[in-house]
Design a protein around this ligand. Structure first.
Ligand SMILES: [Zn+2]
Length: 247
């Protein structure tokens, strides 16, 4: 478990999703120019059920929104991050299906998934994956991405915006708890994570948390290029108590 934990913890936020791309798809399927996904065979580590699920392995970079969501509208990048066993609902990243679970761990997973009957949506899969990771020994802060992706999945769901803000606030809390090392790369990743946390707080309407956290991000000397400009822009919006969640 520790290896998986450290690998995720060390990855700069923007790279975590990209790091998931190392796989070999069985049947190539072209959805649109620049975007490629494939149906990949999965075996559930809880009940041995075999199923296929789509995985994105290339997409065109059209930049990001202010909450760092890739504008890859032609693809299903975020819908493909988490996979779920259709029989028992064990949910996780692709590599979570490559691990063997002990009987004790399987029991822990079953306690979480048993109340979910029938089909569940992508957002529910992300939340289940986060709960399962924590039950299997990962730190809560390592689940920030899953709450962030859940909020991205709800971006255009008009009637679920309050729920979207809940996941944004949760992702922000976890991003702030996430530890980073003192290396140059670690500090840049920390500045980006704090910026993102602040922006998520702003979107969730938690303006005091937002301005405080934008300030913390500003104080880090080593930042990715362009980040300070972004911090200044979004800080000004937070001061105006503007919670625009579409930028
Ligand atoms: Zn299963």
């Amino acid at each position: 478990m520790m290896t998986r934990l450290l690998v995720r913890a060390a990855a700069p936020l923007a790279c975590t999703a990209l790091a998931l791309f190392s796989f070999t798809g069985r049947e190539g399927r072209h959805n649109a120019p620049g975007y490629k996904a494939a149906e990949v065979q999965f075996t559930c580590p809880v009940d041995g059920n075999q199923f296929t699920s789509p995985v994105t392995y290339s997409y065109t970079d059209f930049g990001t929104t202010k909450d760092l969501m890739q504008k890859n509208g032609e693809g299903k990048f975020y819908e493909h991050q988490v996979h779920s066993c259709p029989r028992c609902h064990y949910s996780g990243y692709k590599q979570d299906f490559e691990e063997e679970l002990t009987d004790y761990q399987k029991q822990a997973v079953r306690r979480i998934v048993r109340k979910h009957k029938g089909k569940i949506d992508q957002v529910a899969e992300n939340l289940l994956a986060a709960k399962i990771h924590v039950a299997l020994g990962e730190y809560p802060w390592a689940q920030a991405d899953l709450y962030l992706y859940a909020s991205y999945l709800l971006r255009d769901k008009e009637f679920r915006q309050e729920e979207r803000r809940q996941y944004q606030a949760r992702a922000a809390e976890l991003l702030i708890e996430r530890p980073f090392d003192e290396s140059e790369q670690g500090q840049r990743a920390k500045a980006q994570a704090l910026y993102l946390a602040a922006e998520l707080y702003r979107r969730a309407g938690k303006f005091d948390h937002a301005t405080q956290t934008f300030g913390d991000a500003s104080e880090i000397a080593l930042k990715p290029e362009g980040l300070q400009t972004l911090i200044d822009q979004q800080y000004a919006l937070a001061e105006q108590r503007n919670d625009d969640n579409t930028l």
